[in-house]
Design a protein around this ligand. Structure first.
Ligand code: GTP
Ligand code: MG
Length: 193
């Protein structure tokens, strides 16, 4: 996809703040620090429109980025960050449950996992949650630049097996550093818009 315009719109914490223009939304879900914000930047050819950090927990609100006046990427706070209090975790869970289950503009969720490791329990629960609510899911296994080429398929197979990915859900290997998988991912995203 040719990116002409990327505009940060709002950091939302409650439904009254979600944009009301009816544009389709694609949300990013994944463990804290897995590379959600980096993926948005890479897809949009921007260095730092979605703020990234080496410290987990950088993204704390639903951040809306309007792309080409056509749709939104919604950067979602990461899960599985140990240093967050129980209370904060509950608030996070409620915010995301509301967003994922009530938002009619949500066309698909890109669930990002780390290709280097088998998906965690949190990753498995996230995927099960999305499937329970019948939300179309695109799996992206990122940080592929850290895996030798000859081992990519083996790692992909582990991701598929551990998450128990449904046959119709696409999976893309990706690297926000090298851009590997970017064109394939754009083709997949376009099918949901
Ligand atoms: P939170 O907002 O805290 O949930 O994190 P996030 O999922 O948005 O992660 P972010 O994009 O901030 O990236 C976290 C770290 O991983 C940064 O140091 C990135 O440079 C690094 N990173 C992200 N994508 C890749 C990738 O494809 N390859 C490699 N090697 N590192 C990556
Ligand atoms: Mg982030």
């Amino acid at each position: 996809m040719k990116i002409n315009q990327v505009e940060f719109i709002i950091s939302a914490v409650q439904p009254s703040q979600y944009p009301k223009d009816g544009l389709p939304e694609i949300a990013l879900a994944g463990r804290s620090n897995v590379g959600k914000s980096s993926l948005i930047n890479k897809l949009c050819n921007r260095k730092n429109i979605a703020r990234t950090s080496q410290k987990p927990g950088k993204t704390q609100t639903l951040n809306y980025y309007k792309i080409n006046d056509k749709f939104y990427f919604v950067d979602v706070p990461g899960y599985g960050y140990a240093k967050v209090s129980k209370k904060e975790k509950q608030a996070w869970g409620r915010m995301l449950e509301t967003y994922f289950t009530t938002n009619k503009q949500l066309k698909a969720v890109i669930q990002i996992v780390d290709l280097r490791h088998p998906p965690s329990n949190d990753d498995q629960q996230m995927y099960e949650f999305l499937k329970y609510y019948e939300i179309p899911t695109i799996i992206v296994a990122t940080k592929a630049d850290k895996i030798p080429k000859g081992k990519l398929q083996k790692h992909q197979k582990i991701v598929k097996e551990v998450l128990n990915i449904e046959p119709n859900d696409p999976i893309t290997l990706f690297s926000a550093h090298s851009g590997f998988g970017k064109d394939e991912l754009w083709r997949t995203i376009s099918q949901y818009l």
